[in-house]
Design a protein around this ligand. Structure first.
Ligand SMILES: [Cu+2]
Length: 295
């Protein structure tokens, strides 16, 4: 009687495995693209297939890097973007970061992996519509010059997907970004965790993940949002914080999935996007900071 049951069981297992094999063959998986970041260039394919794509930013440089995706609005050419970009770059030294907002007249932010320190890696999955994209690194060098002015820009053509859409990643929780706060941050353990990040605000928002290393959050925020006056050198020694990845700016209504791999410590989520409605102040100065601890 036992052996009869075993025989039936085995048959059922074989059928189940066969069904799983068929299911696996049919289930489309999320394409994975590695973005290499060096001082000061991006390395990635010139053309990729759009839809849901995971981007893994690997920082092989000595400085911090991120990859802000901008999608050219329909009908805008690369040449048109290049000429506006040149005008903006001339305005930045006098107007500051708020000059970059002019790029949004002809292009739209579309996420990307957020700032990661040298030697680190951060992964973001997001849905990309077909179109012309440019990747930009806005991070300034110690000399105050943003990396995009040192050549850290890269064009990317995204084609329309032809295969069935893969299922979105399974997230452990959601972080919603509003004007000007991070809400709904789930409790997290150390190690790999996937978060769904949404923008329910009226302005673009980003989620940079900062690890505190020896200074309180208030002091670090001051260092990041109020750089020393012109000619002022950064304080000596390593900075008392480390960037751990996250998500670059997305538009209202957009979402993405961020994979974090955080050891125990004190952290903060921060948005540095300047607000046109608030004199160009960074969202962090308007309260868009959320401290959390990984135990
Ligand atoms: Cu924001």
């Amino acid at each position: 009687m036992n052996s009869q049951r075993h025989r039936l069981g085995r048959g059922a297992v074989v059928a189940l495995i066969a069904a799983l094999v068929v299911a696996c063959e049919r289930e489309p998986s999320i394409a994975e693209i590695t973005i290499g970041a060096e001082d000061f260039a991006f390395a990635l394919p010139d053309t990729i297939v759009g839809g849901l794509v995971q981007f893994d930013l690997v920082n092989d440089g000595q400085e911090d890097h991120h990859a802000q995706f901008l999608r050219l609005n329909d009908g805008v050419s690369r040449a048109q973007f290049d000429s506006l970009f040149a005008v903006v770059m001339e305005a930045v030294p006098t107007e500051g970061d708020v000059a970059f907002l002019r790029l949004f007249e002809i292009a739209t932010v579309a996420g990307g992996p957020a700032v990661i320190s040298a030697g680190g890696r951060t992964d973001v999955a997001m849905e990309l519509a077909a179109g012309e994209y440019i990747l930009l690194c806005f991070i300034p060098s110690p000399d105050g010059v943003p990396h995009l002015a040192k050549g850290m820009t890269r064009w990317l053509t995204v084609t329309a997907p032809t295969d069935a859409a893969p299922e979105p990643p399974v997230a452990a929780g959601r972080v919603d970004m509003v004007d000007f706060a991070f809400t709904e941050l789930p409790a997290m353990d150390s190690g790999r965790v996937v978060l769904e990040v949404t923008n329910s605000g009226a302005e673009p928002h980003e989620m940079a993940v900062l690890r505190l290393e020896g200074a309180p959050l208030e002091q670090v925020l001051q260092m990041l949002t109020e750089p020393p006056a012109s000619g002022g050198a950064p304080p000596p020694g390593p900075p008392p914080f480390r960037f751990m990845g996250g998500l670059q700016a997305i538009m209202p209504g957009q979402r993405a999935w961020v994979t974090l791999d955080l050891p125990p410590g004190d952290y903060a989520l921060i948005c540095f996007i300047p607000s046109p409605a608030n004199d160009g102040q960074p969202h962090a100065a308007l309260g868009m900071v959320r401290a959390f601890t990984i135990s």
